[in-house]
Design a protein around this ligand. Structure first.
Ligand code: PRP
Ligand code: XAN
Ligand code: MG
Length: 159
């Protein structure tokens, strides 16, 4: 039997629950001047955290790291972070290799960096996260998913 790829699919409910759990954790780290969302993955978590912590000042840093076939390439910064980082909260959906987080950290050295999910290679670069998954797991976010049928693990025995 071929090895199934490791996946970690996240539903909207789970994402909302994890973003609220992260907000609870961040209550002890603030208060924050504003949130810097790392687009695009950080936008939805940032909106939920901003609602929970009553933060109304939101900015973005716009970075492309992975292509549409999930392969990492050169980082492209389309829009820089603001100059001031003291008291700011950086939010992204996940840290994987840590390449994106390292680049954003350089732009905002004094900010607190939070993600929902972390893989081992990147976990030490961020300050707060909720769930760790193994390095060989691909996380699927609800905005990338659709309801569909899946085949059973074993099929065709009685064909
Ligand atoms: O730790 P790393 O290996 O750098 O990977 C993590 C980054 O990769 C993904 O973004 P992506 O570039 O796919 O863009 P997106 O947020 O627009 O989907 C994810 O949202 C993180 O920002
Ligand atoms: O949707 C995603 N899932 C992942 O596990 C991942 N790692 C880097 N970039 C990613 N994007
Ligand atoms: Mg991203």
């Amino acid at each position: 039997m071929s090895e199934q790829p490791k996946t970690f699919p996240v539903s909207w409910e789970q994402l909302h629950r994890d973003a609220k759990a992260l907000s609870w954790r961040l209550m002890n780290e603030g208060p924050f001047e504003g949130i810097l969302a790392v687009t695009r993955g950080g936008l939805v978590p940032a909106a939920i955290i901003a609602r929970e912590l009553d933060i109304r000042l939101i900015d973005t840093v716009c970075i492309v790291s992975y292509s549409s076939d999930n392969k990492q390439g050169e980082l492209k910064v389309l829009k820089d972070a603001p100059k001031e980082s003291k008291g700011w909260l950086i939010v992204d959906d996940l840290v994987d290799t840590g390449k994106t987080a390292r680049a954003v950290r350089e732009m905002m050295p004094d900010a607190h960096f939070a993600t929902l999910y972390a893989k081992p290679a990147g976990r030490d670069i961020v300050d707060s996260f909720i769930t760790e998954v193994s390095q060989d797991t691909w996380i699927y976010f609800p905005w990338d998913l659709a309801l569909q049928t899946v085949p059973p693990l074993v099929q065709g025995k009685y064909d």
